[in-house]
Ligand binder design. Structure first.
Ligand code: ATP
Length: 339
């Protein structure tokens, strides 16, 4: 078995002058869940379509479990489940007929096919909707059907393009729990989404793409840390007492900011580079008789980190791996499909 479930090396995809994917490299280990994040038009779908062997790169290589997506598309298609952001449903075809149709296309026959369709419907909770027309489902159930279709051949690698887009909170939670079950089964999952907080919770790593380039690959914590422009820790402190006296105390202590007056006191913020700094300031507050009612570290969320990262990129500050040198692009000739 190859070392990585997904491996991408210096991948380029140009549409005329538009550099949709511009020198992308990354690796995703077997059995991990990786979130693919980026603004609209950043290059997520284009990268995913190449991985799913639905498009050719202009240059560079992409492999699924060691199989090159251009030279070995059939092996790749046997290994992956692909859930596109939009997919067509057929009129007058029920849920069970829809899944049966795709199971047949995948080569399942007779009893084995019926069993597989039933298993997938049970997993995606589509059994009660088996006889409903597939083009008349709600958005959430349509996504379940798309997931069911992608799971029919029990893929090792699941590639999901924006599966949570347009889902209501309940449907998002349900989708997330299905993804968790699949991850626990050891599948590799590559999932794009705009809902960063949810991705942070369910992904082992996050891959951020901007204008066709990878700008960050790591876990949610490293993402928050690497984009922290303040470079310090923030603590929120609620204190009882006269707001004017609290404000005067803060003026004497430069690392403590008086944020706002409250009915019975005020809210202060400690900014410090080190944990020991914060501990010393807290000790000083207690010694000076400040009546602290609440003290907690402020967490940056992934949305903050993402916005900070885009700001850094706009300001031209280096972030993420150094882009590879631009190669001379040559016309790519896709392999002949004639046998
Ligand atoms: P979104 O979140 O909006 O789906 P994305 O990150 O998936 O965005 P892509 O769909 O990969 O972005 O598109 C990247 C860029 O390539 C966009 O500017 C898009 O308009 C362009 N693009 C994608 N496919 C084609 C195509 N077949 N022909 C020309 N341009 C294309």
């Amino acid at each position: 078995m190859s070392q990585h479930a997904i491996s991408v090396h210096n991948l380029y995809r140009y549409f005329g002058p538009l550099k949709a994917v511009n020198g992308v490299s990354f690796e995703i280990p077997h059995g991990s869940v990786c979130g693919f994040v980026g603004a609209n038009g950043a290059g997520k779908t284009t990268t995913m379509r190449i991985l799913a062997s639905l498009d050719y790169p202009t240059l560079g290589a992409a492999e699924i479990c060691g199989y090159n997506v251009v030279s070995h598309p059939e092996e790749v298609r046997r290994l992956i489940g692909w859930m596109p952001d939009h997919f067509g449903n057929y009129e007058h075809m029920t849920v069970v007929e829809y899944l049966d149709f795709y199971a047949r296309a995948l080569g399942y026959k007779g009893k084995e096919r019926r069993l597989r369709v039933q298993e997938v419907m049970e997993f995606t909770d589509l059994v009660p909707l088996a006889e409903r027309f597939s083009n008349k489902l709600s958005k959430g159930n349509t996504q379940r059907l798309g997931l069911g279709r992608a799971l029919l051949q029990d893929p090792q690698v699941l590639i999901m393009d924006e599966p949570a887009a347009g889902l209501d909170p309940k449907a998002r939670v349900e989708l997330k729990s299905l993804i968790r079950v699949l991850a626990n089964e050891g599948k590799t999952i590559f999932i794009s989404s705009h809902i960063l907080s949810e991705l942070g919770e369910m992904c082992d790593s996050l891959l951020f793409i901007n204008s066709g380039r990878i700008v960050h690959h790591g876990d949610a914590e490293s993402m928050k840390r690497d984009t922290d422009t303040e470079g310090g820790l923030l603590y929120d402190v609620q204190v009882l007492g006269n707001p004017e006296e609290l404000s005067a105390w803060c003026l004497l202590h430069p690392k403590v900011e008086f944020v706002e007056a409250r009915r019975q006191g005020g809210r202060l913020r400690i900014e410090s580079a080190e944990l020991t700094d914060a501990a010393e300031i807290l000790h000083r507050m207690v010694k000076d008789g400040l009546k602290i009612t609440e003290f907690h570290r402020e967490e940056r969320n992934l949305e903050d980190a993402f916005i900070d990262m885009l700001g850094k990129i706009d300001r031209g500050e280096a972030i993420g791996p150094k882009p590879p040198p631009m190669p001379e692009l040559q016309a790519f000739n896709p392999p002949s499909t004639e046998s």
